[in-house]
Design a protein around this ligand. Structure first.
Ligand SMILES: C[S@@+](CC[C@H](N)C(=O)[O-])C[C@H]1O[C@@H](n2cnc3c(N)ncnc32)[C@H](O)[C@@H]1O
Length: 324
């Protein structure tokens, strides 16, 4: 099945994604340029090993923010609509600080606009106050206890998409505080819709690039779990550099997990599963909880990405790595 097209979210076919962003520049501001994309498998060989060390240009994780390169992947509409001031993380699509437009960082998400349809706009207007965590309000950092108004194990979900599974998992795990991070604004709005449906009290949704959010906002050693379920597989050779899971990413996640905390991943894309297994295994601060693939977590529902993979006869791979 490799090499066949796969549609991700809202019918966008990642196999057709170009390397050029829709519009464009990424701003300045605090950013550690340790993008997993920068250190991914790279090269032109399909599913080449991602185990190479981060490039020398990458600063150590947790180092002070660098002046950031602009990046592809943000729409003009985003730039106009979503430029919070004072945020510690790079606002999606905010204006450039003067970095040349060609100086871009490769990102793991598809360049898409942030335009909401009427239903999503209504969901945003009705529910953002309750569930949206605005990075612009986090100038002093992210305080999980204050944010959730309770002290509970903190779990981050990276790439929560349209939020259907986020809502189901939050309901299945009432004992956790769940911070969902999604870069796609319509997905965030749609997530509010699902959270309202179940009356969730233990979820907040933050719109941003998870690499930035983890780097800049999530306190070291604070996470009980981090979930990454069905990340964009970027199957085409020329897009491999966009895959989120590289050793730089797993090393970043390891710094955010508490000892004994767990990184859980799932994918239906076999080469990406192998990449996840390889980078997780080679991350010194993590150990594989199982000898290979993990059993499916009981709380993880079948998303349409999983159903699509199964319909195409693809195997589903779960992985679990524990922070030493
Ligand atoms: C294939 S979808 C999977 C959604 C969801 N996890 C599910 O299983 O239904 C991947 C999602 O990750 C988001 N994403 C990709 N890279 C991201 C990043 N660096 N930060 C935040 N979200 C990201 C995309 O916008 C997309 O919504």
């Amino acid at each position: 099945m490799q090499g066949s097209t796969r549609t991700v979210n809202e019918g966008i076919d990642v196999s057709d994604a170009g390397d050029e962003g829709a519009g464009i520049s990424r701003p300045a501001g605090p950013r550690v340029d340790s993008s997993p994309s920068d250190v991914s498998s790279g090269g032109s060989r399909p599913d080449a090993s991602p185990l190479g060390s981060p490039p020398a240009a990458s600063p150590p994780l947790g180092s002070p923010p660098l002046g950031s390169p602009a990046v592809e992947g943000s729409s003009v509409e985003d730039r106009a609509a979503d430029t919070p001031t004072g945020s510690r993380i790079t606002p999606i699509g905010a204006p450039t600080d003067g970095n040349p437009l060609h100086f871009r960082r490769v990102v793991s998400f598809h360049p898409r606009g942030g335009r909401l349809n009427d239903v999503q706009r209504r969901a945003w207007d009705a529910h953002a106050d309750r569930w949206y965590l605005d990075p612009a309000q986090l100038i002093d950092g992210f305080d999980p206890v204050a944010t959730f108004a309770r002290d509970a194990p903190l779990v981050v979900e990276v790439g929560s998409g349209m939020g259907e599974s986020t809502a189901a998992m939050a309901a299945a795990r009432p004992e956790i505080n769940l911070l969902a991070i999604e870069v796609y604004k319509p997905g965030v709005a749609q997530t509010f819709h699902h959270l309202a449906r179940i009356g969730a009290t233990n979820v907040r949704v933050l719109r941003g690039d998870a690499v930035d959010v983890l780097t800049e906002l999530i306190p070291a050693g604070s996470l009980t779990e981090l979930w990454l379920f069905f990340p964009d597989p970027w199957p085409k050779t020329r897009h491999l550099k966009r895959r989120l899971v590289t050793r730089a990413f797993t090393e970043l996640v390891a710094t955010r997990l508490r000892p004994g905390g767990t990184l859980r991943m799932a994918t239906d894309w076999a080469p990406y599963a192998e990449q996840m297994l390889a980078v997780g295994t080679s991350t010194a601060a993590l150990r594989n909880e199982h000898s290979g693939w993990a059993p499916r977590p009981s709380f993880r529902p079948k998303t349409r990405f999983e159903r699509r993979g199964i319909a195409a006869d693809r195997k589903i791979y779960d992985l679990a790595f524990v922070k030493r």
